[in-house]
Ligand binder design. Sequence first.
Ligand SMILES: *Cc1c(COP(=O)(O)O)cnc(C)c1O
Length: 322
Amino acid sequence: MSGPPTYQDVLDAAERIAPHAHRTPVLRSRLIDAELGAQVLFKCENIQRMGAFKFRGAYNALSRFTPEQRRAGVVAYSSGNHAQAIALAAQLLGIPATIVMPHDAPAAKVAATKGYGGRVVGYDRYTEDREEIGRALAAERGLTLIPPYDHPQIIAGQGTAAKELFEEAGQLDALFVPLGGGGLLSGTALAAEALAPRCTLYGVEPEAGDDGRRSLREGRLVRIETPRTIADGAQTEQLGSLPFALLRRAAPEIRTVRDDQLVEAMRMFFTLMKIVVEPTGCLGLAALREMAEQLRSRRVGVIVSGGNIDPARFAALVSGGA
Ligand SMILES: *Cc1c(COP(=O)(O)O)cnc(C)c1O
């Protein structure tokens, strides 16, 4: 498969990952409902295996390797969660994994990747091109490169989170989804199109990196400088081309939020729901809070995409300012 995935691919992915991925809970909070005046359903991928939805796509992609690809191994480049996802999925499938990670990636993410048996190769995210490094490793050693979002099996796997949410929650009026390279949002769009066609999709990216909004507005892939934001899972320079093709068709609304709004949402998750959510995982709630007026009395889903954050960093953010 090389073209964009379809909902059938999401269904196939769901079957393939079911024995290995958690079917994460959908949580509610009376206090959040009261504050926002809406019924809010949180799909908690922060407690997915390895701490983010990315396990879904990674396991789905690696489970399709040929015996030859399995023997040679996989290489991935990532600022963190995709790395951990590939390392864990590879470990479960007995595939050697090499991960290209920025030197300034959160320490917890680097340690976890190594803990899952991944071999980590470092690079400078502001001066070096991780794709080039990944491609060179793939060519030299016969490894299969699995990119974090621009891959049909990755997108199909990520779509399984929303599929589970719609199955459990029924119809939703709106669904808020973090947006980085677009794997999660485009996979979600496939599930929404099939299961909840009247649900309005919101992709949410950091204000410092609004390449997704600009790309969909201008109808071409807009590339930006690596955005400086605490949402390290959405520090992408441009959407993937497969996600872009799917998103042009699905036409989600794109919202942006500032880092201080992410911190506020993180505090809210912790104090009202007792859950730890990393900054990127707070994009959906932060955008929803800004739109509460418009969504009064509606049923609204939020994909809480990940929970990987160093304890010291978490403590500093929730107790201090942005
Ligand atoms: C990767 C990631 C995202 C963004 O997903 P894309 O598929 O790149 O759009 C959002 N949240 C978390 C926690 C992530 O790890």
